[in-house]
Design a protein around this ligand. Sequence first.
Ligand SMILES: Cc1ncc(COP(=O)(O)O)c(C=O)c1O
Length: 463
Amino acid sequence: MAKSEEQIKAIAEHTYGTWKAQKGWKKPTYIKDAAGVYMYDTNDKRYLDFSSQLMCTNLGHKNQAIIEAIVKQAEKLPYVAPVFAQEALESATEALLTVMPAGLDKFFFSTSGTEANEAALMIVRQYMSPSYKIISRYHSYHGATVAGMSFTGDPRRWFAERARFTLEGVCFAPDAYCYRCPFGLNYPGCNIQCAEYVDYMIKEEGNVAAMLVEPVPGTNGRMVPPPEYFPRLRKICDENGVLLITDEVMSGWHRTGPVWAVQNWNVVPDIITTAKGCTNAYTPVGLTVTSRKIADYFEEEPLIHGHTYAFHPLALAAVAPSVAEFKKLMATGLPQKVSPYLARRLYELEDRHECIGDARGIGHFWALEIVKNRKTKERFNTKADKFRKALMTDGIAAEAMKLGLYMQAWYDTLIIAPPLIITEAQVDEGIEILDRALAIADQEVVHTDTPGARSSEAFGQGK
Ligand SMILES: Cc1ncc(COP(=O)(O)O)c(C=O)c1O
């Protein structure tokens, strides 16, 4: 049934909109249904979901196998405390062991990606004591609590810091951001300085316990690192006795091809954190996975962590069917066939639209970086504009929404991360809408004859 403006306003009036000044939370779109790669509002308008909601419904909307498992669990045993073993914990554990890199086999289940990183912090600071510092990177997001915000490099941390809402002992390394190399270098002549500098940081900082990285940064840019980056980072961590944690909350669950993004570079971290795709986001599960060596440490040492909703049966009931559905989908070959097609269609967009400075990505995880001037790479908006100004990227996303395409945007990039079930025809549908929506930015660019950058093409990604 259609909802009146008053009904929608009443919802907004009494709830806090997330990540925004509340004047921007007056008339949210009311979604009444979703299926496959589409969602529907109360006026029956259809939207193609080009960002898998918050880059989390990797298997698409209303997957029946996952829904049935949740319903069954609700009827059977919706809650028992984490002090007990139970069937959902058993099935989730068994399923996860089949997709974990060798050696990573001890799980802590929470209820969000943020909490997965909080648990990692507890584990790392106990295990590595007295070392306690965590190296993160500037183009990163790791969660909304004190720890998550402290690890975060994006402007959300600036607000958290002003509210005195961050931890001590976190420092930030340069990004593997070839389009805007922080060292002003060019691959391959750069000696992967972004990785080498981490060695310098660890030695100069002292007391470094771990490095925390998104293998391909999610919200903060989808930069695909050079092939040498992760092997080098792993070696630097090993040589310095520092743990490597990969935050696969967004990049995991086949978003980039393999289950875990870090597997693109054949590297095994000491800890993986994840959430989102773990249950296709139908139930809230955060997962922290450690190596056996770390697990053994806690045989005698008490693990000082837990909460009422840890190992929640209703939440965990969605894990095993999600793992099974991912395996089934990957066996069809559809995502593997569509991802190079998506890449090609995005590169074509870049050829047509001068506002796209760099099209980059891997698998079903892409960024269109929007610029005012391709030659100078001047942006329409900077990091400091986020949460403060109307952004060009938000304008493009709003226009796309009007035209029937839902897409997340960051201050400088559009986030193209459709469900892995998307077909080539549905990709075409999205590209057609993007073609029209991007005109908003094209009208305001400074014309140069400079081609777009295609930074991932340089690494042979996305082909
Ligand atoms: C890389 C990464 N880490 C952590 C988080 C936090 O996860 P959650 O929103 O489930 O707390 C996110 C959320 O988008 C994320 O992208």
